[in-house]
Design a binder for this molecule. Structure first.
Ligand code: SDX
Length: 425
């Protein structure tokens, strides 16, 4: 119920009262749902700079303070006190699991981690040098061909199984993308391994010998997965919600989310950061690239910097930077030139008036690529790992959207500036 209203004066003697709704945190919103009917007008907000597209209970970001909460828990606490499976359960169910709930959840996910052998055949159709994200978009969408007939999205149990399948199969599909590229046989998931350990086992294990994943790698990867799990209504999550609003099956919706995440302005930025650092090549070249980033006529942007919401440090970047130190230390990659360059680039950028004035800080993608590369993950797999993690957030947000009592198809309007009606001569 709204107890405050916004008064919109459209023209003399024409005023409209619009309810103001207040959530549990963040900016209040002006409810404009009746604007079209009452004022015969729309609002205009390309890029959704000031538009709330939905109501949600899952994740909250305070961009000014650099705060990120998942169901109320700060990301820094989840990243250091919990693991990815706890975080996944929290995002999906709303509370952290107790021992029994955790055991049941791990079981559910574990027994869906294999993919249909027909899916494995799909990979043969891709060239070895196909970008893993292109493969992932196709393979995840194709899951619908194997499960579409057992999916009534109005049935909560069917929705849960579909979500479990997607979360469980993403590591297997991701590792298969990597194995296909390097021409090694696919590894099957092992039921006695944890979620993150299984992913690294399927990535780096071979059938010829036992492969023990190092606990340091498991911990580092698990933390990276936690930091990428969900992030309010970002571009790929909004894509999943909009696709799902038409009643499309969740496999198709997650495939759409993967496509959106792939863009270099979004999840593709981690791969772009590594390419940028390699192009800069030397710390001495940094000032030249900083100038390019500031030049409005130059399309170059400092990848891994800036964010639509964070106008302060991205809290994930802080945890990621600390993790970077720890992983490089653990792996004995002492003075990684890339990491040194990234820290110098961060230092110079954060002292530059342009970046200070535009509030451009390192985001989650700035350091993640350096850790992943140090862990032996190839650059073209970085966004695949982002998608693996974000599948949990996408499933949680899709479930919230599809089960909302007022759920309806999303259909934005437009400001039309084209030709008005005319007749064919
Ligand atoms: C992710 O939304 C999410 O939550 C996304 C994400 C998630 O977890 O889902 O957090 C993950 O996508 C992180 C962002 C990764 N992308 C990058 O690192 C790519 C580089 N960053 C930019 O492309 C940009 O900062 C965006 C896309 C992230 C944000 O774009 P906005 O909000 O539309 O901001 P903008 O492009 O309007 O920039 C505002 C100003 C502009 O200058 P003016 O036109 O005002 O003169 O800042 C400048 C931009 O030119 N600017 C940059 C810059 N980012 C913005 N200038 C140089 N380098 C940059 N990186």
């Amino acid at each position: 119920m709204a107890d405050k209203v916004a008064r919109l004066i459209i023209e003399e003697n024409r005023e409209l009262e619009l309810p103001i709704l207040q959530g549990s945190a963040g900016y209040p919103v002006i409810d404009i749902r009746q604007l079209g009917a009452q004022a015969k007008m729309f609002t205009y907000d390309p890029g959704f700079m000031s538009t709330a597209s939905c109501e949600s209970n899952i994740t909250f970001i305070d961009g000014e303070k650099g705060i990120l909460l998942h169901r109320g828990y700060p990301i820094e606490q989840l990243a250091t006190k919990k693991d990815f499976m706890d975080t996944a359960y929290l995002l999906l169910e709303g509370e952290l699991p107790n021992k029994q709930e955790r055991k049941g959840f791990l079981n559910r996910i574990c027994y869906h981690s294999m993919v249909h052998e027909g899916i494995a055949q799909f990979y043969n159709g891709f060239q070895r040098d196909a970008h893993p994200m292109a493969i992932m978009v196709g393979v995840v969408g194709a899951l619908a061909a194997f499960y579409h007939d057992s999916l009534d999205i109005s049935d909560p149990e069917h929705r849960r199984i579909a979500g479990d399948r997607l979360i469980a199969k993403m590591p297997t599909i991701a590792a298969m993308c990597y194995k296909h590229r390097i021409g090694q046989p696919f590894m099957y998931p092992k039921n006695d391994k944890g979620y993150t350990e299984n992913f690294l086992y399927m990535m780096f294990g071979v059938p010829c010998e036992e492969y023990q994943v190092s606990p340091a790698l498991i911990q580092a990867m698990d933390r990276i997965l936690i930091l990428h799990a969900d992030h309010e209504q970002n571009a790929s999550t909004s894509t999943v919600r909009l696709a799902g609003s038409s009643g499309a099956n969740p496999y198709a919706c997650i495939s759409a989310g993967i496509s959106s995440l792939w863009g270099p302005a979004h999840g593709g930025a981690n791969e772009a950061v590594l390419q940028m650092l390699n192009n800069i090549g030397d710390v001495k070249q940094i000032p030249k690239y900083i100038e390019k980033a500031k030049d409005r006529d130059d399309p170059f942007r400092l990848m891994g910097f800036g964010h639509r919401v964070y106008k302060n440090f991205d809290p994930r970047a802080k945890v990621m930077r600390q993790t970077c130190h720890e992983v490089l230390e653990e792996l004995g990659v002492k003075n990684s030139p890339l990491f040194e360059m990234a820290m110098e680039l961060e230092r110079i950028a954060l002292e530059d008036d342009y970046f200070i004035e535009k509030k451009l800080y390192p985001n989650v993608d700035f350091y993640s690529g350096i850790i992943l590369q140090a862990m032996g993950i190839p650059t073209n797999m970085f966004t695949v790992i982002f998608a693996l993690s974000r599948t949990v957030g996408w499933v949680a947000q899709w479930s919230e959207m599809i089960s909302a009592p007022d759920q309806r198809i999303g259909r934005p309007r437009q400001l039309y500036k084209g030709a008005t009606q005319r007749d064919v001569k």
